[in-house]
Design a protein around this ligand. Structure first.
Ligand SMILES: [Zn+2]
Length: 142
């Protein structure tokens, strides 16, 4: 399961709203306990570097991923996963999302419909990236 603290959630939601109607993307950092419970304590809003129609695609810049790894090390946090938005679409893990994901990491998909938050869900890919399972997600809901 994955829990997002208020500050990173603000960063993620604001980024999703700012990028609407394009997809946003970013990286989540935090802590991990023995029971594989993940707590997101920081989120980094990244540039969508996909060179094409960004209404249903995103690509993270490898430079941003390296910077996130460095920051995680400095702050003694783990890179827990990634987030992106689905403009005018539900939160689900698409075939493209699965193909572009990595096993182990949490992937939060924020659905923005008509410029407002609709829903958020988290997914994890299996080791062969052939299937994803939904992960229990909690975030500060107003
Ligand atoms: Zn997606």
């Amino acid at each position: 399961m994955i829990r997002i603290e208020p500050h990173p959630w603000d960063v993620m939601l604001r980024h999703a709203l700012d990028c609407y109607p394009r997809e946003c993307c970013g990286i989540m950092l935090g802590t991990l306990n023995d029971g594989d419970e993940r707590t997101v304590t920081a989120a980094i809003a990244c540039r969508n570097s996909y060179e094409g129609d960004q209404s249903d695609r995103f690509e993270l810049d490898p430079k941003d991923q390296l910077a996130a790894q460095r920051l995680a090390r400095e702050q003694k946090l783990e890179v827990l996963g990634f987030f992106h938005s689905h403009p005018d679409c539900d939160s689900y893990f698409s075939a493209t999302d699965l193909a572009n994901s990595w096993p182990w990491y949490s992937n939060v998909v924020i659905s923005i419909v008509g410029g407002a938050l609709n829903q958020a869900k988290a997914f994890r890919a299996n080791d062969t990236q052939t299937e994803s399972t939904e992960e229990i997600l909690t975030w500060p809901q107003s």
